[in-house]
Design a protein around this ligand. Structure first.
Ligand SMILES: Nc1ncnc2c1ncn2[C@@H]1O[C@H](COP(=O)(O)OP(=O)(O)OP(=O)(O)O)[C@@H](O)[C@H]1O
Ligand SMILES: [Mg+2]
Length: 250
């Protein structure tokens, strides 16, 4: 434990922990947001892999990729997820989206217990809200206020009457009850908004933005920490690249 009494979980991602006061405060929900293909999933895999090296077990919950895709991606950086699964240190939970009435929260809880997870990655929040009708949730909220319905327009129908904002808060609340330190992945919006749902950046304890940026004709991957509660952050824009062992900040 540090002098400030806050226990921090090191991401182990080269150059990142220094930007957030040494690591993520234990128990936090930290949002990773960014455009397609920028490296969000690799970030999540690396966070869990580094956890295992630190003696902390992890659970990867994916709605976005198959287990096989994740294993293959990890292998490119020398991370043998299958071996760690065999040792009971890590688990990949591929959430099926072609069933209805699945109790996702119960499933996640069971798997956290089973692997003794201290770290969790949820990939992705946006896919969860898009598929909300597949899941059994304690949520039966519908938008009944005509003004709200009007503002939400077609989106309201898209989310079948359950507001994406409410659904987002619900999931984050459930994740924070697990006691794990969580990386929650979502998508940024083309119109420059930090997230597509517009609320998860406020509802999480920390926000890390990954972007492809055009800096003077050169396209670079960049990372910036915009929020980490209880922490002194360095909000500067840093570039990053994929090295042989994953993401490295420059
Ligand atoms: N071994 C590797 N070396 C260098 N770059 C790689 C390697 N493996 C993957 N990449 C890069 O990483 C990108 C994919 O990363 P990742 O799957 O983490 O992105 P993502 O942000 O999760 O994407 P999506 O929005 O589709 O979920 C690819 O576009 C590729 O350019
Ligand atoms: Mg991804």
């Amino acid at each position: 434990m540090a002098m400030d009494g806050i226990e921090r979980v090191k991401t182990g991602i080269n150059g990142l922990d220094g930007l957030i006061g040494g690591g993520i405060p234990q128990g936090f929900n930290v949002l990773i947001t960014g455009g397609p293909g920028v490296g969000k999933t690799i970030f999540g895999l690396q966070y869990l892999y580094n956890g295992v090296k630190n003696g902390e077990n992890g659970l990867y919950v994916t709605l976005d990729n198959t287990r096989q895709e994740l294993l293959k991606q990890a292998r490119l950086f020398g991370w043998d997820i299958a071996a760690l699964e065999k040792d009971g240190k890590l688990a990949v939970l591929e959430v099926p989206l072609n069933t209805t009435d699945m109790d996702l929260f119960e499933l996640v809880k069971t798997n956290v217990k089973k692997v003794g997870a201290k770290r969790l990655v949820f990939d992705s929040l946006i896919n969860f809200s898009i598929n909300i009708d597949q899941f059994k949730t304690p949520l039966d909220y519908t938008v009944t206020n005509p003004k709200v319905a009007e503002v939400m327009g077609n989106e309201k129908m898209y989310y079948s009457g359950k507001s994406k904002e409410r659904v987002t808060y619900l999931l984050l609340d459930e994740l924070s009850k697990l006691g794990t330190t969580n990386i929650v992945i979502t998508a940024s919006s083309e119109d420059g908004m930090m997230t597509k749902d517009g609320v998860s950046e406020f509802a999480t304890d920390g926000v890390i933005v990954l972007e492809l940026s055009d800096t003077g004709g050169e396209i670079l991957r960049t990372v910036r920490v915009t929020k980490m509660r209880d922490s002194k952050i360095d909000p500067k824009l840093k570039t990053f690249d994929f090295g042989e062992k994953g993401i490295v900040l420059e």
